[in-house]
Design a protein around this ligand. Structure first.
Ligand code: COA
Length: 196
């Protein structure tokens, strides 16, 4: 199994920045604000509203400490001019060098290319981790927006993956998109990743 180790610095492409969450820098207020303004559409905030903001952030950080968590280690996404984080990216270790990424953007910040940028940035960072050869996305067949995000971010379609949800007993066949060290780059998927 690859171990997803936190980057020493923030990741940025000049528009979006990915950093670790923190209860110290207003992330609790951000989550409370999203809950109070009913900005939870699409269940984009892992754990919320089932647990408190403090508990969610502790869980996101526990993922970085190597503890198994459903969303894995979670980055928060920031953009210039926003008072708080506007999105999240999770990384789930699927074994055999494969990391699954998930992402979410606050409803009022959608449609500006932020998920596409965040997914590309996080995926290219993950591919620099020792032992990681593939980043995958698992996307519901009806989720056209997320499929656009995948292709915008440079991922390519790679069949389907069957997911079993122990809590409900349901099985889903999601679309699988991958980006790997061997994935051909498209003209609109520049790396553009740097740390700050
Ligand atoms: C999916 C999600 C992350 C997208 O965030 P976003 O920042 O709005 O995404 P982007 O702006 O980068 O890209 C959105 C793409 O969808 C397209 N799009 C928007 N509405 C659409 C629609 N109704 N049908 C088809 N495509 C649509 C946009 O045009 C854009 O694609 P394009 O650049 O090719 O035109 C956001 O809607 C979200 O957080 N949803 C809830 C959580 C979730 O579903 N996460 C994904 C789990 S796999």
């Amino acid at each position: 199994m690859a171990y997803v180790k936190a980057p020493g610095r923030r990741l940025t492409d000049g528009v979006v920045t990915l950093r670790l969450p923190s209860a110290e820098v207003g992330d609790v207020d951000a989550i409370v604000g999203y809950v109070e303004r009913e900005q939870l559409d699409g269940h984009w905030l892992p754990g919320i509203p089932l647990v408190s903001a403090e508990h969610a952030i502790a869980d996101w950080l526990a993922g970085w400490a190597g503890y198994p968590r459903s969303a894995g280690p979670v980055f928060v996404v920031t953009v210039p001019g926003a008072p708080h984080f506007v999105g999240v990216v999770g990384s789930i270790d699927r074994g055999e060098g494969c990391i699954e990424m998930t992402y979410g953007i606050a409803p009022s910040w959608r449609g500006r290319g932020l998920a596409s940028r965040a997914a590309r940035l996080a995926a290219h960072w993950a591919l620099t981790l020792p032992g990681v050869t593939t980043v995958e996305l698992r996307i519901a067949q009806r989720h056209a927006v997320s499929q656009h995000v995948a292709t915008n971010a440079g991922f390519v379609a790679a069949g389907t993956v069957t997911q079993y949800v122990p809590g409900t007993g349901e099985t889903f066949e999601d679309l699988r998109y991958i980006l790997g060290s061997q994935t051909p780059m498209t003209a609109d998927s520049p790396l553009g990743v740097r740390t700050q």
